[in-house]
Design a protein around this ligand. Structure first.
Ligand code: ADP
Ligand code: MG
Length: 238
């Protein structure tokens, strides 16, 4: 488990400040849904936490350890991108196990974790296929599998279910929530699906123009929106 703390974290692209100084404390074991309109900075914030690209100020700590200067590989985090890139010449199973093989994890343990990810993501029977022989939704699930098998302290998900049909989405979000609980992971889950946010998250962070408009439990956000933006976004009665 890991507590993640952001203090006065800022991010600009050129002269455009996408994240003004932002403070956020995520408790160990929490599943946070990060929601907000397109362009509000959700993906940028995840990348900042993952350590992808420089920030313009502030500190990020994990369990009290300052990781601001750490490379992504030194943060015990796994990120699932919105636009995922699989290794085209590797099978589904090889794509999922690649990082574990590089880390010299025991072969039996790798097989166990891949089998678990395959089951959670409903990819049974597709283990030996190459990405080119998969649908978009299947490829996205393989990308998720690559993060799941690593069992990191912190999961960073960027709209991982957006390509799935409604039924598979509902099933997968339940499985992901259970996996998060079982691993004792800390997760940040970007979604534009209110139902996903309301049903999966311990707390919801609502972002607009890189600023946190409200952070609270689904009940708080729904019943006690702090402002019109929150009320409008979540669709609750004002
Ligand atoms: P969201 O994920 O909430 O849709 P993003 O984090 O992708 O938002 O983008 C936030 C803002 O930053 C947008 O205005 C976007 O155009 C801008 N932005 C994102 N990535 C880059 C980049 N690499 N270079 C310049 N501007 C970017
Ligand atoms: Mg995004």
């Amino acid at each position: 488990m890991a507590q993640v703390t952001l203090r006065d974290v800022r991010k600009s692209y050129g002269k455009t400040e996408v994240i003004p100084p932002l403070n956020l404390e995520i408790q160990s074991g929490e599943l946070i849904a990060l929601v907000g309109p397109s362009g509000s900075g959700k993906s940028t914030l995840l990348r900042v936490i993952a350590g992808l690209g420089d920030i313009n100020g502030g500190t990020i700590t994990v369990d009290g350890t300052d990781v601001t200067e750490n490379d992504p590989g030194e943060r015990d985090m796994a990120m699932v991108f919105q636009s995922y890139a699989l290794y085209p010449h590797m099978t589904v199973a090889e794509n999922m196990s690649f990082a574990l093989r590089m880390a010299k994890v025991d072969a039996a343990e790798i097989a166990r974790r891949v089998a678990e990810a395959v089951r959670i993501l409903a990819l049974e029977g597709l283990e030996d296929r190459k990405p080119g022989q998969l649908s978009g939704g299947q490829r996205q699930r393989v990308a998720m599998g690559r993060a799941i098998v690593r069992q990191p302290a912190v999961f960073l998900f960027d709209e991982p279910l957006s390509n799935l049909d409604a039924k598979l989405r509902a099933k997968t979000r339940l499985e992901l929530r259970q996996l998060h609980d079982r691993l004792g992971a800390t997760s940040i889950f970007v979604t534009h699906d209110q139902i996903e946010a309301m049903t999966m998250a311990d707390r919801i962070v609502l972002l607009d123009h890189g600023r946190i408009q409200q952070i609270g439990t689904p009940q708080d956000i729904y019943h006690r929106p702090l402002n019109r933006f929150v009320a409008g976004f979540i669709g609750s009665p004002e």
